[in-house]
Design a protein around this ligand. Structure first.
Ligand code: LAN
Length: 737
């Protein structure tokens, strides 16, 4: 363990095993052959084995080796010339990575602001950090340090104050010396940005919890907002679920103005992170200081005025103690309900760490709640060749598994005995992961119903997501309608999923992610995060809407009598939304994958579902032209993540396997007539496949909140398999190379 108890406080308490390292040090590495990923019904945790005995008893799996970048020893495949050979080779590899419960696992990295929340949480809650964790987190962060010495918002992003100040802090908390040349470089860069006073709200919040900045530098996060009556247009229950679940514990901690007592190390950080001498810093005056590199979404004058009034009038002169106490009590109750409803897994990695700190403040270091949180935080960690990182959710289990099943069926391989055991296990996994009940008191804590739903990761987290439920139920219906597959999920349970999907539509006809939209877009005026855009409320997404359209359309073919009228109205309105969301150049903006390539695939699928194709639809022709105009020399497509930030299609310097597969799927859905366009694209995809059927990792695939990218490493198998299989079904298994 790096440290076993309290840290050395400056007031003299000296019971710490933790000593910040000094001077030069050589980087340590763990033995990668000793890491194991345990999958317990979709709960993923990593374990480092210390003894030879343990190593013998728990051999490393092929999937472990693949995650860690070790040779997998998966066999070489015959060279592929046709799409179906490539599909089979890809599946030969990917099926070797299936985990015992039937799902797939993967790193879900990208964001560079998650580990800091976790390591600060561990530090201030005096949670021992296993040596192997600490070593590999440092390795990961050094591997991901930009050339200029800093870190960005996400792994491909330019260095920012947020990324640099927070990850520098993590390194120091884990014992890296301030004199390490890489740290000196990071510090110099941070100082050239004006120091940590120019960080965004979340950086100031975490550094105040750590006791490095003072609370006056943090813009207000009043828990009293939770006391507003539900009818007010700004009530937090109307916000996007991620914002309100982050706001809740943040407001609780802010209200308490809780900070960890100063330690030698945090005192040192006070000198390292700022340009001015610490004692001269006027914290209040830096509330709104922010570097242009971080100010992705500047605060509005409305929010600035509200903040001014809260700081200068409400907090010092008005805020009655009774309101404060009531607000803290209610937010604590909401935190407890979130913890109970998810068995401490929590919605995501940000509120999981914040709820841990809140529990520590409220119930003390030895509380059961704190113990459960400490355990659960492990679910977010992942180990790869570069080291240990924190995933953006507790995994991508349900999502990847649902898509893989569909891809194999699209490729016409479900009846093939070779893939049957894999598909059966995948089906059993989905069966195990469907949520069958609503949360206890779900209306009281403003949760959407969950009965019948699938979430994105696993049953423990259990949050309904419109498209995760839709893709899950599609996979189930497709597989169960093949006579040789067992009916693991009953008609009643299928109908339960449909019932949930039917609750997801907005008045616009479109569908959002976790809940129908509950508040006005004007709430964006109160977006205090600075680093993210479009986060305050739910929006309509072509991706989510398409998943609902296709699931309902498939369902009504199998069960024409169930809620037929409602389904018809839903689908018609949803397709109308898709039509309206098309931009004049023929494209759709994507919010969860990069970017126009991702959304275009879904939108064309929606239109195909109601019979709109190239031949009979002008808008489909426009969408196809948008894509064909952008096909690259080598036949592929490549779109940069910059598209997400700028809303303008931005070319990547290199074509990308995953995006090319998306576009080909879109063109196939559209029944695009020029087969050569697709052949050239697939030739590129097959040309990049390794001899063992693997595709190499290329640029990052996913995005959220416009500015932060996130990895979907299994997409490089799922979507090429689907595109190649769909092509072969339509045009035959013709030679591509
Ligand atoms: C995800 C991941 C999955 C994604 C899809 C299912 C792909 C999408 O179609 C709907 C939205 C959803 C569920 C989604 C929402 C936002 C998430 C949870 C993420 C992008 C993964 C990480 C992100 C979360 C907000 C990260 C934590 C950061 C905060 C700003 C709170």
């Amino acid at each position: 363990m790096v440290r076993t108890g309290q840290h050395e406080k400056v007031d003299g308490a000296k019971d710490s095993a933790f000593r910040p390292a000094t001077g030069k040090q050589t980087d340590k590495h763990t033995d990668k052959t000793r890491w194991r990923m345990l999958d317990e019904r979709g709960r993923h945790t990593w374990h480092y084995l210390h003894s030879e005995k343990e190593v013998k008893e728990w051999p490393q799996s092929t999937a472990d080796k693949w995650y860690l970048g070790l040779p997998t020893d998966l066999p070489q495949q015959p060279p592929s010339k046709t799409p179906m050979q490539a599909v089979k080779n890809g599946l030969a590899f990917f099926s070797g990575l299936q985990l015992p419960p039937g799902n797939w696992g993967c790193e879900y990295g990208g964001p560079m602001f998650l580990l800091p929340g976790l390591v600060i949480t561990w530090y201030v809650t005096e949670t021992p950090i296993p040596e192997a964790h600490s070593t590999e987190i440092k390795n990961y962060l050094f591997a991901r340090q930009n050339k200029d010495g800093g870190w960005g918002l996400h792994i491909e992003g330019d260095s920012s104050v947020f990324g640099t100040s927070m990850n520098y802090t993590v390194m120091r908390l884990l014992g890296v010396s301030a004199q390490d040349p890489r740290m000196t470089k990071a510090r110099e860069l941070l100082h050239s940005f004006g120091g940590a006073v120019n960080g965004p709200h979340w950086a100031k919040f975490w550094l105040s919890v750590l006791g490095v900045t003072q609370w006056e530098v943090v813009n207000p996060i009043p828990p009293e907002l939770w006391l507003l009556p539900d009818w007010t247009p700004i009530s937090p229950w109307r916000w996007w679920i991620h914002m309100r679940q982050v706001f809740t514990p943040m407001s609780f901690i802010w209200s308490k103005r809780w900070s960890y007592p100063p330690t030698r190390l945090t005192m040192a950080l006070r000198n390292e992170l700022f340009v001015e001498p610490y004692d001269h810093i006027d914290w209040e005056s830096h509330r709104n200081s922010i570097s242009p590199r971080d100010n992705f979404h500047p605060k509005t004058w409305v929010l600035n005025t509200i903040n001014w009034a809260l700081v200068n009038v409400y907090n010092p002169y008005i805020r009655p103690n009774s309101w404060k106490a009531k607000a803290e009590a209610w937010t604590w109750k909401l935190i407890q309900m979130e913890d109970a409803n998810t068995d401490y897994a929590d919605l995501g990695p940000v509120n999981a760490t914040l709820n841990t700190v809140a529990a520590y403040i409220q119930e003390g270091p030895n509380a059961e709640s704190v113990r459960r949180h400490r355990e659960r935080l492990e679910d977010f960690l992942w180990v790869k060749d570069e080291g240990m990182l924190m995933n953006g959710t507790n995994g991508v289990q349900n999502w990847d598994t649902s898509f893989l099943i569909q891809a194999v069926i699209e490729a016409g391989l479900a009846q093939d005995e070779r893939w049957r055991p894999m598909l059966l296990k995948a089906l059993a996994y989905l069966e195990d992961q469907q949520t069958l009940e609503n949360c206890v008191d779900y209306t009281k804590c403003y949760r959407h119903p969950t009965k019948g739903a699938w979430g994105f990761s696993n049953r423990f987290q259990g949050y309904t997501v419109s498209d995760c439920t839709s893709e899950g139920i599609k996979a189930v219906m497709m597989l169960q309608s093949i006579p040789s597959y067992p009916k693991l999920i009953s008609d009643d349970r299928i109908k339960m999923a449909i019932d949930i999907i039917l609750t997801m539509q907005n008045s616009s006809g479109g569908c959002a992610s976790y809940e129908p939209t509950r508040g006005s877009e004007y709430l964006e005026w109160l977006n205090a995060a600075e680093v993210f855009g479009r986060i305050m409320v739910e929006y309509d997404y072509p991706e989510c809407t398409t998943a609902c359209i296709t699931a309902l359309s498939m369902f009504r073919k199998h069960y024409p009598e169930y809620r037929a009228k409602e389904i018809e109205v839903f689908v018609d309105r949803a397709v109308e939304y898709i039509r309206k969301a098309q931009l004049p150049d023929g494209s759709w903006y994507g919010s969860w994958g990069i970017c126009f390539s991702y959304a275009g695939m879904f939108a064309l699928e929606s239109l195909a579902c109601v019979g709109e194709t190239y031949e009979n639809s002008e808008r489909v022709r426009r969408a196809c032209k948008f894509f064909t105009d952008r096909q690259m020399e080598d036949g592929g497509w490549g779109e940069s993540y910059k598209s997400c930030e700028t809303h303008v299609y931005t070319q990547h310097e290199k074509s990308q396997v995953v995006q090319t597969a998306w576009v080909v799927i879109g063109l196939l859905e559209a029944e695009y007539p020029d087969v050569d366009v697709m052949k050239r694209a697939l030739r590129m995809i097959v040309g990049r496949q390794g001899g063992d059927g693997e595709w190499e990792q290329e640029a990052i695939e996913g995005v959220f909140n416009k500015s932060c990218m996130i990895s979907y490493p299994n997409y490089k198998f799922i979507f090429p398999i689907k595109a190649l299989g769909m092509f072969a079904k339509r045009y035959g298994d013709i030679e591509l190379l």
